[in-house]
Design a protein around this ligand. Structure first.
Ligand code: CTP
Length: 398
């Protein structure tokens, strides 16, 4: 996927630097050449020898190393790459980049380069949340720096939260998408995912069991084929993939608004499990028991059908509109009728009866309904369903 691509990898000084070693391996496996640069702080976490051994290249460390300058000057080094990747991108490196400092080799290369730059931030959650880091991060995004991660999770320092460096496969995928000539390069694909939460009062809501796993896998697969992905997600239990534009929403109405704002798109895939109804008389304050023993009466109002709305729009309709159908019986028949009713091009139908374990599970067995009829796929991991579907989408967009 990355054959003949040249990557300048700047390894900053954070505990996640150890992952940079694996990153070098994975990139080389994909055919890329990696020129490593190790910061002084980076050397405290990984040794120059392991970096250069894995890269099968010299590791650059010093701005004023005359030997290096004789081999390849720092200006040349900053430009002899297709992409500059900073992983881990520490708070310090991000601050230097945002401020335009050039007081060591890494920051000088980043200032001198005429190539695109991708960062994989990695730091303690408090450092990530600090207004200074958030300011620098916003500046870097405004400067066109691509970002992968950070993820959320337990940290080496024992705390929990955002700031964890993206996992290596996600960084490789983001690099692939940035450099790749995948079949969806230049295409914009919109994906909805996850459940919606419809408030009853400020502390209670109506939800469903969707984990968002299939939608997230699909967004990642589309990204891997080079698409720009707008990922509009309800409160899912699996994290959003790296390298996609995430819009987090809660209710169906918010999802409908976010979809409208993200259009136009070449294709739109509606994998979200949207609540058909919202509570019309949701309370502004927490509802209290009134002592009579009588349950409160909830009134419902119909939510907008986002899929039908987009499928039936005239001007600006995505060329391919794909819906999902979660059924518990007569899967192909119901899904075929749903395709006609909603006006979409395809329906990806799955049997979500509890005994299948599909909802919230790792696998999916889908029937793809197109204008040509129904096609049953074998039971596959959700990532594989996503990969096949993404390829079909690429095929359909031509
Ligand atoms: N969908 C949507 N907006 C809604 C409801 C559903 O975009 N308000 C989309 C889902 O993302 C999915 C498809 O419509 O792609 C099918 O949803 P489903 O809830 O199964 O369809 P319904 O119209 O509710 O049909 P039924 O009640 O017969 O299952």
């Amino acid at each position: 996927m990355l054959a003949d691509k040249r990557i300048l990898l700047i390894i900053g000084g954070g505990i996640a630097a150890y992952k940079a070693l694996d990153l070098i391996r994975r990139l080389r496996e994909q055919g890329a050449a990696v020129t490593p640069v190790l910061t002084r702080a980076g050397e405290e976490f990984v040794t120059p020898l392991s970096v250069s051994a894995l890269a099968a290249q010299k590791v650059y460390r010093d701005l004023f190393d005359l030997t290096d300058e004789a081999e390849m000057g720092h200006i040349e080094l900053s430009r002899a790459a297709d992409l500059v990747v900073v992983a881990p991108a520490t708070a310090d490196l991000m601050a230097k980049m945002a401020g335009g400092l050039a007081n060591d080799l890494a920051s000088t290369l980043l200032l001198a380069t005429d190539k695109r730059v991708m960062i994989a931030p990695s730091m303690n959650v408090r450092m990530w949340d600090h207004p200074a880091t958030q300011r620098n991060f916003a500046q870097l995004q405004a400067d066109g720096v691509m970002v992968v991660g950070p993820g959320e999770g337990p940290m080496a320092c024992g705390e929990f939260g955002p700031g964890r460096m993206a996992e290596v496969p996600d960084i490789v995928a983001a690099i692939g998408a940035a450099l790749g000539d995948g079949p969806l390069k230049g295409r914009h694909v919109l994906v909805t995912s996850g459940p919606t939460h419809e408030p009853i009062d400020p502390v209670r809501y109506i939800a469903n069991r969707s984990s968002g796993a299939q939608g997230a896998a699909l967004a990642a697969a589309l990204r891997d084929l080079g698409a720009r992905v707008s990922f509009i997600t309800g409160p899912a239990s699996v994290p959003a993939p790296a390298g996609v534009d995430v819009v987090a929403v809660e209710t169906a109405q918010q999802m409908a608004d976010a979809v409208a704002a993200a259009l136009p798109a070449d294709a739109a895939v509606f994998a979200a499990a949207v609540a058909d109804w919202r509570v019309a008389n949701a309370a502004g304050q927490k509802m209290k028991k009134d002592g009579t023993g009588k349950p409160p009466a909830l009134e419902f109002a119909e939510n907008p059908d986002i899929l039908a709305r987009v499928a039936q729009m005239g001007d600006g309709r995505p060329r391919l509109v794909v819906g999902f159908a979660a059924e518990t019986e007569h899967v192909a028949d119901y899904a075929t009728a749903k395709r006609a009713r909603k006006g979409c091009d395809w329906i990806v139908a799955n049997d979500v009866s509890p005994e299948t374990g599909i909802m919230g599970g790792a696998e999916n067995a889908v029937t793809l309904i197109t204008g040509q009829g129904a096609e049953s796929w074998p039971r596959l991991p959700k990532a594989e369903v996503a990969r096949r579907l993404a390829l079909r989408i690429a095929d359909a967009l031509g």
